[in-house]
Write a protein that binds this ligand. Structure first.
Ligand SMILES: Nc1ncnc2c1ncn2[C@@H]1O[C@H](COP(=O)(O)OP(=O)(O)O)[C@@H](O)[C@H]1O
Ligand SMILES: [Mg+2]
Length: 306
């Protein structure tokens, strides 16, 4: 286990940010930590790194117990910080420095010797498509370039675990695709990646495990497909049906909403695609297209919070 959190409680005054959170990240995973704004994602991450004080619970990070019974182990924290990379949600860069200088300062802070530092910076800037702009001032960089430089910063100490807080928020679709590719590459090189997001699309395609946090509790932890299927089972199916002529759904018991003259949205408790085929045929009509509509993250959250 690279990260294990048990029963974590964090209150900010009267605000219950974490309400007994349990979470497990295994070595080699790309873990998407998904939840709406204010769910407690950043609070979880800050606690993991010893940057705020939770009240109760236990945190184990890269094999060491860093927090227990309301206290951090300072020795363990120092030890784990060598093995963990962190990209904060609201990070600042030094606008008047270049990427090369930025990484050099971080490398120096980690006590890496000069020559090795520059070699490491070169590797990282090439990996993150920033080599061309290595000597340009960061102040002029786009959001995507800034996010990639922040990721580079978190990689200077060659960590085994990367913790990224909303790394793709604010990026355009091509920036997101690029970021996902980089995460995949890093994972292939053996790094475990744990990142948070409030947007479902960010965790799709790259995460082997997704944890959903709502109001400071982990309410699901599984493969994304499994979570979605489970939700579909609970929420019922929504099928978009297109036929070659209008049909009436009276007496079927299905909730059919017309979306057009020959297009319907059908909600049913089970997968009724087979039955729909027979029914439409019995009406002397033909199915042109039929698709099961995937629930959006918002719909999943709404359902769960209900
Ligand atoms: N420093 C703080 N002081 C008071 N309340 C806070 C503070 N930080 C976060 N909160 C509250 O704790 C809850 C969880 O916040 P946060 O962990 O930032 O959520 P997320 O990262 O999932 O958006 C929210 O209700 C937020 O308003
Ligand atoms: Mg946050």
């Amino acid at each position: 286990m690279v990260l294990k959190i048990e029963g974590l409680v964090k209150n900010y005054g009267d605000v219950k940010a974490l309400d007994g959170l349990d979470l497990e990240v295994k070595q080699g995973q790309v873990y998407g930590f998904l939840g709406p704004n204010g769910a407690g994602k950043s609070t979880t991450i800050l606690s993991t790194l010893g940057l705020i004080y939770p009240q109760h619970g236990r945190i184990e990070l890269v094999g060491l117990e860093v927090f227990r019974d309301g206290k951090y182990s300072e020795d363990s924290l120092v030890e784990v910080k060598r093995k963990v990379g962190y990209m904060p949600e609201h990070a600042t860069l030094w606008d008047f420095l270049t990427p090369m200088q930025t990484l050099d300062i971080i490398g120096e802070a980690f006590g890496i010797p000069g020559r090795e530092r520059r070699k490491r910076a070169e590797e990282l800037l090439k990996l993150l498509n920033l080599w061309e702009v290595r000597d340009k001032k960061v102040g002029k960089f786009s959001k995507g370039m800034r996010q990639r430089l922040l990721l580079a910063q978190s990689l200077v100490n060659d960590p085994e675990l990367l913790i990224l807080d909303e790394p793709m928020t604010g990026l355009d679709p091509s920036g997101i695709a690029e970021f996902k590719d980089i995460i995949k590459d890093l994972n292939r090189e053996g790094k475990t990646v744990f990142f948070s997001s409030h947007i479902l699309a960010h965790v799709e395609e790259i995460c082997d495990t997704v944890g959903i946090i709502v109001k400071g509790r982990l309410i699901a932890e599984d493969r994304l497909e499994t979570i979605k299927r489970e939700f579909l089972r609970k929420a019922g199916y929504i099928i978009i049906l297109e036929t070659n002529k209008p049909i009436s759904f009276e007496g079927t018991g299905w909730k059919a909403t017309p979306l057009g003259e020959k297009k319907y949205r059908i909600a049913a408790p089970d997968d009724i695609r087979e039955e729909l085929h027979d029914f439409v045929a019995s009406q002397g009509a033909k199915i042109l297209t039929m698709q099961v509509k995937e629930p959006s993250l918002e719909e999943i959250f709404l359902k769960i919070v209900e």
